[in-house]
Design a protein around this ligand. Sequence first.
Ligand SMILES: Nc1ncnc2c1ncn2[C@@H]1O[C@H](COP(=O)(O)OP(=O)(O)OP(=O)(O)O)[C@@H](O)[C@H]1O
Length: 339
Amino acid sequence: MITGTGITKIFKQRGGVLGAREVPALRGVDFAIAKGGAVSFIGESGSGKTTLGRIIAGLETHDAGEIVIDGVPMSSLSHRARQPYFRRVQLIHQDPYSALNPTRTIHQTLEAPLRLRAKQTGRLRSWVDGRAEELLAMVGIDPGYVLPRYPHQLSGGMRQRVVIARALTMDPEVLVADEAVSMIDVSLRLGILALLKDLRERLGVGVLFITHDIATARYIGDDGELYVLYRGQVVERGATEKIIADPVHPYTQSLLSAIPVLHGLERPGAERVVPREMQREGLPDGGCLFARRCPFSTERCESEMPVLGRDGGPGAETEQEYACFHPERRSVIPVGVGE
Ligand SMILES: Nc1ncnc2c1ncn2[C@@H]1O[C@H](COP(=O)(O)OP(=O)(O)OP(=O)(O)O)[C@@H](O)[C@H]1O
């Protein structure tokens, strides 16, 4: 189990004439990823998804908050002592082209981490080659074909499978898949998503899926949890299917309204939420982060920041949380014709 409480990250960007400026990438994010669970973080570009994934994988520091892995708060450990914990979280890079060293064969790519793993777990070195073959077979590629080859000799889809196999060398509990299919050919995407789903079922490995695309979040974690991030804040959280069917936050509703309708098969939902153009000047200070774009915002939204709250109170049957003063369910998703 991996949990985060109040995860906050502020980047200092060197500005032009105005000097350095602080960019809050994450504003007190709470999350929990259970073993074998599927959690998706969704949000538009700049919402803080990648930063959060990197923090969870131990590749980025945070300014406030706590990450707890298997009951151990990471802040209580030295940098060195944290490493075995962060080994349990492996990041799958979105770009399979730059993620693999072009000068190494796939055999060499897998051999190095497997040797380390053999040492850590007291196995013989002879275990390494067999394990490399096993992992490649597990991700659906022929070891005999792939092992002697260099990355440039493989398709994007195959490379992404090798990247996943490499992540599995460390026996992770959680795979962080950051836009894992965005850079590979559309025709190969479903195969990679199906593989991640399969690994969840077969190995019980948890998947943290980071995406701007609600359809992929739905595919990978239809039984999981969805977190909707907007400008570093979780604005809605709950069971993926529930949020997709019944979004409450206007930002989530606007994301779902943007899903294209399949002509002849679907018709648009009864309502559509279209965000207003963002005005650069006068960004809300202290108010709801979405207020200036929200078609339903009121004076209160401009001056007070809503916090994530539970629907129906503690113990409510469905646990859906949202940060909005004017929650209203709107049926925005396309519905099948004849339903
Ligand atoms: N190394 C960095 N230095 C300064 N600012 C950064 C850095 N990394 C991210 N940011 C800023 O932090 C905010 C969140 O970025 P992040 O990449 O986490 O968002 P994202 O939701 O993953 O976006 P995308 O989908 O475009 O990758 C953005 O405003 C970004 O400009």
